[in-house]
Design a protein around this ligand. Structure first.
Ligand code: CP
Length: 306
């Protein structure tokens, strides 16, 4: 069911592979006991962009599987002295790293490394391209609450243009036959957004996207990736694309509210909704450890190191 030594993206996966990872992850949910599945295995977290959830959960996931987990921080590494990414990887591999977990600001960074690396590469977010483990944990969270993904309507709202989370989720939800509605300011919808899958539709307003939805997934405005002025003001953004209790009333009464984090409270979502009874945001975080355990185990087994 899983024979890939790397996880670079959702693009190219087939439903059986996704189901395999989700089922393995489900078994790891909750306070899963520590195992020695990856004993003697070295996982190196290489995060070139800041992270709380992804880096921490990969570390916990690796340790729960009995691996040795090392965190390399670019700001205190020899990258600051001019060493290239490739030389950094070659040196880490010379120390017998088995799996490299990479977050990088450049779209395609993980694909680039795979061509040169001997170890397993897991993409923990590359530029605006993909964040596969986030999409997997999102889908696992929806599956826990709704039992199935097929036929659900999921509204993904906000800064679609810069969001690797939106891209990976649109691909994965489409693969599992959910309907995906994308909405955001015109400047934040990519030209080819509907090419993300046959089930993707584009909506001009938040009200329209949320109407009757089973899941409402809000995204952070990624100011750090802006190349010019994309929004009039934060206040105007909040008024037109911020999720409030009033807007949420348009969705199904039991609709799930999701957000990959970090949240900008009062911008894309009010605190009342983020902390409200329909929010599963912390369930997403919990699912992140389980999904990353399943992924680390799967790539190691495929590579023959576990
Ligand atoms: N969702 C997510 O990727 O969060 P971090 O940036 O904190 O890892």
């Amino acid at each position: 069911m899983w024979s890939r030594p790397h996880l670079l993206g959702i693009d190219g996966l087939v439903p059986d592979e996704v189901t395999f990872l989700l089922d393995r992850a489900e078994a790891y949910l909750g306070r899963a006991p520590k195992t020695d599945t990856l004993r003697g295995h070295v996982v190196v977290n290489l995060f070139f962009e800041s992270s709380t959830r992804t880096r921490t959960s990969f570390e916990i996931a690796g340790k729960k599987l009995g691996a040795d987990v090392i965190n390399v921080s670019p700001s205190t590494s020899s990258l600051t002295k001019g060493e290239t990414l490739l030389d950094t990887i070659r040196n880490v591999e010379a120390m017998h790293a088995d799996t490299l977990v990479l977050r990088h600001g450049a779209s395609g960074a993980a694909q680039f490394l795979v061509k040169h690396a001997k170890s397993s590469i897991v993409n923990a977010g590359d530029g605006t391209h993909e964040h596969p483990t986030q999409a997997l944990l999102d889908v696992l969270t929806i599956r826990r609450h709704r039992k199935t993904i097929k036929g659900l309507t999921v509204a993904i709202c906000g800064d679609i243009l810069h969001s690797r989370v939106a891209r990976s989720n649109a691909l994965l939800l489409g693969l599992l036959e959910a309907r995906v509605r994308l909405t955001g300011p015109r400047t934040m919808i990519p030209m080819n957004a509907d090419a993300l899958g046959p089930t993707v539709t584009i909506h001009q307003t938040l009200d329209e996207a949320v109407e009757g939805a089973d899941v409402v997934m809000m995204l952070r405005v990624q100011n750090e990736r802006f190349t010019g002025a994309m929004l009039p003001t934060t206040r105007e953004y909040n008024l037109t694309f911020g999720l409030t209790r009033a807007v949420l009333l348009r969705a199904k009464p039991d609709a799930l509210v999701m957000h990959p984090g970090p949240i900008n409270r009062g911008v894309e979502i009010t605190s009342g909704v983020a902390d409200g009874p329909q929010s599963v945001i912390l369930d997403q975080v919990e699912a992140g450890v389980a999904v990353r355990m399943a992924v680390l185990e799967a790539v190691a087994r495929a590579r023959g190191t576990a």
